[in-house]
Design a protein around this ligand. Sequence first.
Ligand SMILES: [Zn+2]
Length: 114
Amino acid sequence: MTTDPVNIPSQGSLHTPGPWHVRDLHPGRCTFNIGTNPNDPYEGEVAVVFRAGRHVQAHHKANARLIAAAPDLLAALKRLLATQYPGTENHHETGCRCVIHEAQTAIAKAEGRS
Ligand SMILES: [Zn+2]
């Protein structure tokens, strides 16, 4: 039996499982809901992006889409590292600027380990 290391929950993977979806709760008012149910914005609600600062609505919508993509991005990045760069978990020193270290740092940030 083989084990897929990507699908083993790590200590930091406590987030609501994806996929997440974006819904425009009040068109024109810059309020975007992010949740797990594409048909019901309130069931499985994960976050709400409100208008803040001087950003335009397009920025808020782009921010909401980026947040909604986070579970997919995290899973894809972990799978990419596990399949394309196996065994590199401990081969990078603090301050290393290679793309593998950059990816590991982003995963650690997403999982609250940095
Ligand atoms: Zn490195």
